[in-house]
Design a protein around this ligand. Structure first.
Ligand SMILES: Cc1ncc(C[n+]2csc(CCOP(=O)(O)OP(=O)(O)O)c2C)c(N)n1
Length: 375
């Protein structure tokens, strides 16, 4: 086990001071530490992993220092383009640390969407010719470890990966708990919507707790899961999956259950929704201003006007609600109106501690959903 303070000391001693990236629960305590008002690092939260490599590159160009890019290994795929065409030694040769959470580590229990990347991550880094080492879990080894990483960055002038296994950080309690003013709980919002459905709607739900809460409610109602596609991985892709369905089946009502972090990750896809004007596509964003599924790290959605963006992208209608009463009042028109339509629901951060995970496999989910769509 290592402490956040121990890692801070080792990094500072070796001159590392800049972090950018997208959260992962593997090192959620470290991210809580980075969100502390008085921590001693510079930190830029990125909307996706591709951008985080570019941000790190810009920081290096401006300072000559070595940036650190944090990500879950799910996001490593998103970095392949800028790693090979921007940071690579045969292009601009930009040294940076890739600080990668190891989900799906062979031999450890994890969700199906992490298994493949957990297994191939080291081989992928080898193919990218990026040296990689596992972060030691002994605090007294940290200073020397990071001195070695720094030497590799200096000598190679290219990326160097540090792999973070699960359970390596001892827990960190933040000095202030960030709260938002919203009172509606996301799970209750999901229930209100599901209760108003006719049974003919398809739902594509986003990665993390949104899908888990929807899944549990369908189980509780004994409705089966055939109407829902739970996008367990591929963060940010739910609205695009819905685009493919809406294009192929224009009569099929398709709801997207999205969230702020996932929407921001691939916001450009909203222009596709708006351009093709699918009348039956209804896009819901549960906005808690946080990456709750990975530990509650803040997103930048508090500064984002999703309604204006959707309108300018060509959605037929867009609105925001921030209470149970407002949601109940708008649902009828939202579900029946001509889309594409956006509904942003401001929700309180938090979920049940005993929230389960889907017990059916992704393939079972796919088969049931395809049968429903092609009925
Ligand atoms: C490409 C990629 N990057 C990062 C992750 C890790 N991850 C899983 S859920 C999640 C948080 C998503 O936040 P948001 O969409 O706002 O939903 P919330 O957790 O708040 O319900 C993150 C960062 C991932 N699964 N895939």
């Amino acid at each position: 086990m290592i402490t956040c303070q121990g890692l801070e000391k080792a990094l500072k001693t070796n001159g590392f001071q800049f972090f950018t990236g997208v959260p992962d629960s593997t090192f959620k305590d470290w991210l809580l530490f980075l969100e502390e008002p008085k921590h001693s690092f510079q930190h830029v939260l990125a909307c996706n992993e591709t951008s985080s490599i570019a941000i790190a590159a810009g920081y290096h160009l401006a300072t000559g220092d070595f940036p650190i890019v944090y990500m879950q290994n799910s996001g490593l795929g998103n970095t392949v383009n800028p790693l090979t065409s921007l940071a690579d030694q045969e292009v601009y040769s930009i040294p940076m640390v890739l600080f990668i959470g190891w989900r799906g580590e062979p031999g450890k229990k994890d969700e199906p969407q992490h298994k493949k990347m957990g297994r191939v991550m080291n081989a992928l880094l080898d193919s990218l010719e990026i040296p990689h080492q596992v972060l030691p879990d002994e605090e007294n080894e940290l200073e020397q470890f990071w001195a070695g990483v720094k030497k590799s960055l200096q000598d190679r002038q290219g990326p160097h990966a540090v792999i973070i296994p699960k359970g390596i950080f001892s827990s960190f309690s933040p000095s202030v708990k960030k709260e938002t003013p919203w009172t509606l709980v996301r799970e209750d919002a999901i229930k209100l919507i599901v209760d108003r459905l006719s049974g003919q709607e398809a739902i594509v739900s986003t990665t993390g707790k949104v899908s888990r809460e929807l899944y549990e409610y369908r189980s509780q109602l004994e409705q089966g899961h055939q109407n829902d596609f739970y996008t367990v991985g591929s963060l940010g892709c739910a609205s695009s999956i819905a685009v493919g369905i809406a294009y192929a089946k224009p009569q099929q009502k398709v709801l997207v259950f999205d969230a702020d972090g996932s929407a921001l990750m691939h916001l450009g896809s909203w222009s596709t929704v708006g351009h093709y004007k699918f009348p039956q596509l209804k896009h819901i964003v549960f906005d808690n201003e946080a990456h709750e599924s990975t530990g509650g790290q803040t997103t930048h959605s508090g500064n984002v006007d999703f309604v204006a963006i959707a309108e300018k992208c060509g959605y037929a209608k867009a609105q925001v609600v921030s209470s149970r009463e407002e949601l109940e009042a708008c649902l009828g028109n939202f579900l029946e109106g001509v889309g594409p339509e956006l509904l942003v629901i401001k929700v309180k951060k938090g979920s049940r501690p005993n929230l389960g995970r889907p017990t059916t496999t992704p393939i079972e989910n796919k088969v049931g959903f395809m049968n429903f769509l092609q009925r």
